[in-house]
Ligand binder design. Structure first.
Ligand SMILES: C[S@@+](CC[C@H](N)C(=O)[O-])C[C@H]1O[C@@H](n2cnc3c(N)ncnc32)[C@H](O)[C@@H]1O
Length: 216
């Protein structure tokens, strides 16, 4: 199934309109697309940049680094002020991201960790102001539960891919091969939107992004 969140012409228009500025981030976005390495869509990257610019996070946690595109985008959005911890289980991608953080002169501020986020998050120091969950779709709730105790009140948890190509919102039973993932995502969004401890806005940007404020 193609992405059925917006019309293809709108998506193409927004992708072209919201490309990163020229420079390293643009190069990295093009590289990821060519090499089939997952990376946030340009509109999602714009949103991450904006959130980091508005919230001035001192510490950001990212779950799912890939080539480091979204970590570098949030870093740039924070005015190169945030300290970022980003976790990636695939060693080849971890090495590529580390190289990209060096090339961007950000290796002192962005710490990549190679391993399974489910095992690593618990060992991290609390006090993150922003978390970006962008790893296995079916595990978003698990990552949220693990990350929540590490987030300061007033912090943000941003989850990518919540509309799952449109499947999450599509009425009726999902196709067999996506059934577990779709059900998990529906339950996750319901949890985010109905819990009084959070304030969540679900945006049809890219593959769907949930922005959750951890209320004071
Ligand atoms: C969508 S990609 C991340 C894209 C990246 N955030 C960006 O926009 O540039 C998801 C990544 O999460 C990684 N991943 C999946 N499950 C994970 C886990 N349990 N722990 C750590 N990384 C995981 C995958 O290997 C993959 O590289």
């Amino acid at each position: 199934m193609d992405n059925q969140i917006t019309y293809p012409y709108i998506e193409e228009y927004l992708n072209a309109l919201q490309m990163p500025e020229d420079g390293f981030l643009r190069e990295l976005e093009v590289f990821c697309r060519k090499e089939n390495i997952p990376a946030a869509t340009p509109p999602t990257a714009r949103l991450l940049y904006l959130l980091a610019a508005i919230c001035h996070p001192k510490r950001i946690l990212e779950i799912g680094t890939a080539a480091g595109y979204s970590a570098l985008t949030m870093y740039a959005g924070s005015g190169k002020a945030a300290q970022i911890v980003t976790i990636e289980k695939d060693e080849e991608r971890f090495l590529l991201a580390r190289q990209n953080f060096r090339r961007f002169d950000a290796i002192d501020k962005i710490k990549p960790i190679c391993g399974d986020a489910e095992e690593i998050i618990e060992s991290l120091e609390p006090g993150f102001d922003m978390v970006f969950i962008d790893a296995a779709k079916g595990a978003s709730q698990r990552f949220f539960d693990l990350a929540l105790p590490k987030v300061a009140t007033g912090g943000l948890i941003v989850t990518d891919n919540v509309l799952y190509g449109g499947r999450t919102a599509m009425p009726g039973e999902p196709e067999h091969k996506h059934r577990t993932g779709v059900r998990a995502m529906r339950e996750y969004l319901s949890f985010l939107c109905h819990n009084p401890k959070f304030h969540t806005s679900v945006l049809s940007v890219g593959d769907g992004v949930a922005v959750t404020l951890i209320r004071k």
